[in-house]
Design a protein around this ligand. Structure first.
Ligand SMILES: [Zn+2]
Length: 227
């Protein structure tokens, strides 16, 4: 009986810590102001030595800038790619250190996830990351304090053409173009994610960029979108 109560108590505390924190996410950033015809493309889960440079080339061809939410430990293994992202005028933002779900991380581990990524990204990019996207979109109560301490804001997205299931490149393009509106934040993946997500991204990106710029959108970083 005592054991059952104890288990219930632990489960209840975890529900409040992990699930309860999601009550706070509507107050986080999901889009920018709709006052200017701007959209921020955001690329999660990189850097990837093969795919990220190809994304950078496509962006450069369209004079587009974007935000890259990098996984700290991947960034540490591909420093030249991080420097190139920053050097080409894109925003380097944080996608935590290890990409493990924060749902199952206690306050100290959460702080380490934020702090280690912040440190390595600041060093490689030459400026401190200001924005954070939680791996898998999952948060916990401790995350909010950790982000405040490191000067990062929590950023989700308003358009997500591919989530946990693969979506064909042409459908992703249509999804984004149909929903595009001033201030939108688009969630894309230039590494890992769903199997073969980066390949589908590379197939979708030229038409996506053409469609958005053709519709008169300026493609910019989250930092600029929010300024
Ligand atoms: Zn991710």
């Amino acid at each position: 009986m005592l054991l059952a109560r104890l288990a219930l108590g632990v489960a209840g505390a975890w529900v409040a810590y992990a699930w309860g924190a999601h009550l706070l996410t509507p107050a986080c950033i999901w889009r920018g102001p709709g006052t200017r015809r701007r959209i921020a493309l955001t690329f999660d889960d990189g850097p990837d030595r093969d795919f990220t440079p190809r994304v950078l080339e496509l962006l450069a061809q369209q004079h587009a800038r974007a935000s890259f939410f990098l996984v700290g430990e991947r960034a540490a293994r591909a420093p030249e790619t991080v420097r190139r992202i920053a050097g080409e005028g894109h925003e380097v933002a944080s996608h935590a250190w290890s990409h493990r779900s924060l749902w199952f991380r206690g306050p100290q581990a959460t702080e380490r996830e934020v702090a280690r990524a912040h440190e390595v990204l600041a060093e490689l990019a030459g400026r401190e990351p200001r924005h954070f996207r939680p791996p898998w979109g999952m948060v916990n109560v401790a995350l909010f304090g950790a982000l405040r301490r490191h000067g990062e804001r929590l950023v989700f997205w308003s358009i997500q053409p591919e989530g946990l299931r693969p979506v064909a490149a042409e459908r992703q393009v249509r999804h984004v173009l149909d929903r595009a509106q001033p201030g939108a934040i688009v969630n894309l993946h230039d590494a890992e994610g769903t199997p073969a997500a980066p390949e589908r991204l590379l197939a979708a990106l030229p038409a996506m960029l053409d469609g958005l710029t053709g519709a008169g959108y300026e493609l910019t970083t989250v930092a600029e979108l929010l300024d």
